[in-house]
Design a protein around this ligand. Structure first.
Ligand code: ZN
Ligand code: ZN
Ligand code: ZN
Length: 388
């Protein structure tokens, strides 16, 4: 399932070239990762052999996708190559791929590669490739490609939102199936295995994370599920996700297992904590609209939690962007004045954690719509009190 029409990649490449030119860059050099997939549709293997998209910042200059000879077939079948938007150039096992990069850039720009001054590289490019570029482009200074691609990648188009929505709905079904039990008497690791299986069964091509944090472990936001056996009378924080058509799901729900014994329901302390959390998550989501600063959304959640006396127990940001990467811009955190715009997609996931006792988190994926929030997840955000 791709979900992104092939012609879209040509449009993205044109937009990327325009942004690069406006930023005064000579070219973008994009290695394997989310930026490459965004611009070409190519989900390349991260190898020690160089794969790199060259986007010279001059109108009509040819775009080249450089690939090792043995990756020629997947490179040539990527959407952008199929659509004729990029030309694939391969290098042989004994060649220096960086010499090919320099030659292609020089030809495309009609200049000596040694004279190029400003190059953007993707944020996750391997150090060995960065040093290789520095060797063949000795006059160039390097900046991160996110400085020019972030604006494009943050604004999800209709097809990207559709993929995020189908990923969210699949994750909704998984979390509700897990909450339906059985849970009591099983280890966290065993439930986590069920999460992975169900994510795949519900249409994810990859399961990527499967936090199952029971009892006191629920107070650790990124708990790694282990051999602890789930007991009646405690909460479980379930935070899971994977990808559908390359786009991520990421949902957290908190369950309380009673073992069928009403006397083992949530105590007043946990009820109060959860009520505050649920209000914070709902109000932060409701505040989403074009133009509001990302940090203001964090401020809404943090204000409610702090006023209730739990401020120090909410020690992470309220959310992160999501798309081709599980964590990407924009980040909902104090200090990020970035204004939200229609199409921004991100999590809203406050949590409250009482070390040694218990914790809870509620997380949805939300898209900023023209008129306000579009919450992609539909599973109830109420505390799930189940027999387990
Ligand atoms: Zn996280
Ligand atoms: Zn999560
Ligand atoms: Zn998240």
């Amino acid at each position: 399932m791709s979900g992104i029409p092939a012609a879209r990649y040509g449009e993205r490449l044109v937009a990327a070239r325009r942004e690069a030119a406006a930023a005064g860059l000579d070219a973008l050099c994009i290695g394997v990762g989310a930026d490459l997939r965004y611009l070409t549709g190519y989900e390349a293997m991260p190898l020690e052999r160089l794969t790199m998209l060259l986007v010279p910042a001059a109108d009509a200059a040819p775009l080249t996708l450089i690939a090792p000879r043995l990756e020629a077939t997947p490179a040539r079948t990527c959407a952008a190559a199929q659509a004729g938007a990029v030309e694939v150039a391969t290098w042989e096992e004994t060649e220096d791929p960086m010499a090919l990069v320099a030659a292609r850039l020089g030809d495309a720009l009609g200049r000596d590669a040694a004279d190029l001054r400003a190059i953007a590289i993707n944020d996750t490019l391997r150090a060995s490739f960065v040093l290789g570029l520095q060797r063949v482009l000795p006059s160039a200074s390097f900046v991160l490609a996110s400085s020019v691609l972030r604006r494009l990648r943050m604004a999800k188009d209709r097809d990207e939102v559709a993929l995020l929505r189908s990923a969210a709905h699949a994750a909704d079904r998984v979390v509700l199936a897990i909450a339906a039990g059985p849970l009591v008497g099983r280890t966290e690791a065993d439930v986590a295995r069920e999460v992975r299986d169900r994510l795949l069964a519900e249409g994810h091509e990859h399961a990527e994370f499967w936090i199952v944090a029971s009892g006191p472990n629920s107070a650790s936001p990124h708990h790694d599920p282990g051999e602890r056996v789930i007991q009646a009378g405690e909460p479980i924080v379930i935070d899971i996700g994977g990808t559908v058509g390359g786009y991520g799901s990421d949902i957290t729900r908190t369950v309380w297992v009673t073992g069928g014994d009403d006397a083992k329901g949530p105590d007043d302390d946990f009820r109060r904590l959860y009520d505050v959390l649920q209000r914070a998550q709902a109000e932060a989501t409701a505040a989403v609209r074009p133009g509001i600063a990302c940090e203001a959304i964090d401020g809404v959640a943090r204000g409610i939690i702090t006023d209730a006396g739990f401020g120090p127990m909410f020690f992470h940001r309220t959310g992160h962007g999501i798309g081709l990467e599980g964590h990407e811009e924009p980040y909902l955190v104090a200090g990020n004045a970035e204004p939200m715009a229609a199409g921004h997609a991100f999590s809203v996931e406050p949590g409250i954690y009482l070390e040694g006792r218990f914790g809870a988190r509620i997380e949805d994926i939300v898209v900023c719509g023209e008129a306000g929030p579009d919450t992609l997840n539909e599973a109830t955000r109420d505390l799930l009190v189940v027999a387990g």
